[in-house]
Write a protein of this length. Sequence first.
Length: 180
Amino acid sequence: MAQYPQGIFQSLQWLLKKVKTLFFTTRPIYGSFYHTVQQTAAVINTAYPMQFGTTDVSNGISVVTNGTGLSRITVDTTAKYLITVSAQVWENTVTTAQTVDIWLRVNGVNIANSNRKVEVQGVVNFVLFTNTWTVNIPANQYVEIMWATNSTAVELRYDAISAPHTATPSTMATIHKISN
């Protein structure tokens, strides 16, 4: 039997431990959530958290209330997460262009440079907003997707089932852990 220098043996033990941890002890952490109610802005230029009242699937991630609705996407593990959000933005009365800002908050603090803008114009006009962010979230903390608009005629629109299509959620979010 060949003898290996102690440094190589220790390196192999470390590598085997990492491989074992990666493939045998980590669990996937993910969540998919959506909302089946219209979301409106009562006051212009005011931050509102997007709501996610229904959990499709989840493991290690949940949505909890902020006191007024289910908006806080909460993780049980400190990690870097990939968050993808879509919202059906609808404007129903104004013919001029209206703006919607959408950004992230972690534990009540806005994430710098996370804002995205969408513009909707015309009576009964839909725009599908979608974006993906990568963000670090500490264990047992939460992220909220915030939105604000310059018009109360803009809403995040839910549409019920109508043949031949399924219902259309006002908002959808998927989140999964991508690294420690």
